[in-house]
Design a protein around this ligand. Structure first.
Ligand code: GLU
Length: 547
């Protein structure tokens, strides 16, 4: 067959040559060892934790080596596309501290290796596809969905490998005339790669995370261009990563099964493939077993979650780096104040098995991170979170600026600082009792103290209350009430002889605590009183005394 003629028949409008593109996108002029990498998200509107996970790896590898990270929008699947998704992606990445040197912008491109949206690169793919047709390495396939379905049924019945190959690759043998006739009668077709591979063969590929891999050679005639002339991911990423001069492909391990196709395509094009880095799946503990994070079950799989819960970007990075590099935690302990950019990130220190994403651990890091910040900073962050997610709280914070900072600081300055604030959403709940607008009694008064006794405790407390008392004097007064009303000053006395007392000092304190804060657990009450001031303390107690 005259393949050149076939190529002209299939791509009459493609006039550029592969050489033109090679010239248009030359080798990058970067320092030795510079990593060029990318993230290639699909614009589905959902920004996945995995997107950030891979972006963080890419960002570190690129920027610590003087290289480049770019964002390429992989929009070949129009069915999954959501309007505005590119903006959502860019905003999310920026917000989580990943900045791209080049790539898609909301309404265009930044960089000289674009366009960075695959659908805008149709001519480029077709040019390289045309070249493969000219070489007799690709051919049009007119098989219908029904025919392909029948093929699958047949393969299933005969327990054969699935796919378009060997005797099943019917369109491989069409003559030029047959092809021409089908095309002129308007029959739709896809373009397939003519694989010379064999299922018995294996090929070796080195993966920077998984190590040496021995994979089955691809023997399937994969679809390169769909019937609308748009490429499949398999073909598109090969062309793109070559022309964009990508050195490292960092992507989820769900792509491992199609790796044989990809290395075969690179070979077919006569190009060296980039270094593949297949990252492990993000897992979580579910009871006692580990499972993959699921979009349906786990809100923490979407990046939006971390924004709405309110985590600092620094916290997310610290946690991500902790699970990404086995030596990060140790480095962090030795360098508590260093910026994470000072850590030398390496692919060798990455685990190749499923990565456990543990919200509990993230929260621990978050607590410590917040505890290390001053009240001014915390106030600012909390306020921006509130403006986005809880305007009522934002107004309260603004109207009580100094008081709010004081509330943030309660319990943080002593020998054993408290770690009360975990996320901004949780902080809003935690801090709510300080503000009269949000205050409510969340816990019941101790059950073993009857209403009259409770009222007596509170009345006596308020009679003796003096805002100028130091902590010891204040507590001395609580102790005096305890004794006077027949409660044990030492909890263990009450435990030993419960019949002798109404309860212990714990109960008396709890009555006062619930009256003041609405809760059985709170930071130090004396400190809270100091922040409240005389009038507010008296008001809270008076309100708690029931008629
Ligand atoms: N578009 C692919 C995805 O969303 C990207 C894979 C890659 O980075 O090559 O999973």
């Amino acid at each position: 067959m005259d393949y050149k003629k076939l190529a002209e028949l299939l791509f009459p409008n493609i006039t550029k040559t592969p050489e033109d593109y090679e010239r248009e996108y030359p080798e990058r002029n970067l320092p030795e060892g510079a990593v060029v990498t990318r993230i290639g998200p699909s614009p589905t509107g959902f920004v996945h934790l995995g997107n950030l996970f891979n972006a963080i790896i890419g960002e570190r590898l690129a920027h610590q080596s003087g290289g480049v990270i770019f964002m390429r929008i992989e929009d070949t699947d129009t069915k999954r596309e959501v309007p505005g998704a590119v903006k959502i992606l860019i905003d999310a990445m920026t917000q989580f501290g990943v900045f791209f040197d080049e790539g898609a912008t909301v309404d265009g491109d930044n960089g000289s290796y674009g366009p960075y949206r695959q659908r805008q690169r149709k001519d480029i793919y077709q040019c390289f596809a045309k070249q493969l047709v000219e070489k007799g390495m690709a051919y049009p396939c007119f098989c219908t969905e029904e025919e392909l379905e029948q093929m699958r049924e047949h393969q299933k019945e005969n327990k054969q490998n699935f796919g378009y190959y060997g005797e099943y690759a019917k369109c491989r043998d069409l003559t030029y005339e047959q092809i021409e006739e089908k095309i002129s009668s308007g029959i739709p077709y896809v373009l397939r790669y003519k694989s010379e591979g064999c299922s018995e063969n294996s090929v070796k590929v080195y993966d920077a995370i998984k190590g040496d891999l021995e994979i089955q050679e691809n023997y399937i005639d994969l679809v390169m261009l769909k019937s609308d002339g748009i490429p499949t991911y398999h073909f598109a990423h090969v062309i793109d990563d070559h022309l964009m001069r990508t050195t490292h492909v960092i992507r989820g391990e769900e792509w491992l099964p199609s790796l044989p196709m990809h290395v075969q395509m690179f070979d077919a094009m006569g190009w060296e493939h980039p270094l593949y880095c297949h990252t492990a799946q993000l897992m979580k503990m579910d009871g006692t077993s580990k499972r993959k994070l699921s979009k349906r079950k786990d809100p923490e799989l979407g990046l939006e979650y971390y924004d709405s819960e309110g985590y600092l970007v620094e916290t997310i990075w610290n946690y991500m780096l902790t699970i990404l590099n086995s030596n990060y935690e140790e480095w962090r302990m030795a360098n508590p104040d260093a910026a994470y950019t000072e850590f030398k990130f390496s692919l060798e220190k990455m685990g190749s098995a499923g990565v456990l994403f543990d919200l509990q651990k993230l929260n621990n890091i978050s607590k410590e991170m917040i505890a290390s910040k001053d009240a001014e900073f915390i106030y600012g962050e909390l306020l921006s979170w509130a403006h986005k997610y809880d305007e009522e709280f934002a107004q309260i914070l603004e109207a009580n600026k100094d008081f709010a900072k004081g509330a943030i600081n309660v319990g943080r300055n002593g020998a054993k600082p408290r770690y009360d604030l975990v996320t901004w959403k949780q902080s809003r709940e935690f801090l709510s009792f300080y503000f009269d607008e949000l205050f409510k009694r969340e816990d019941e008064f101790p059950e073993n103290v009857d209403k009259d006794t409770r009222n007596t405790i509170l009345t006596k407390y308020i009679e003796g209350f003096d805002i100028n008392d130091d902590q010891e004097t204040w507590f001395g007064k609580v102790r005096a009430i305890t004794e006077e009303l027949g409660f044990a000053v030492r909890p263990k006395d009450y435990k030993k002889n419960p019949e002798m007392y109404k309860g212990s000092v714990v109960d008396v304190s709890n009555v006062i605590r619930v009256a003041t804060t609405g809760r059985l657990n709170s930071p130090d009450l004396w400190e809270i009183n100091q922040l409240f001031g005389d009038e507010k303390v008296r008001n809270r107690i008076k309100k708690a005394i029931e008629k």
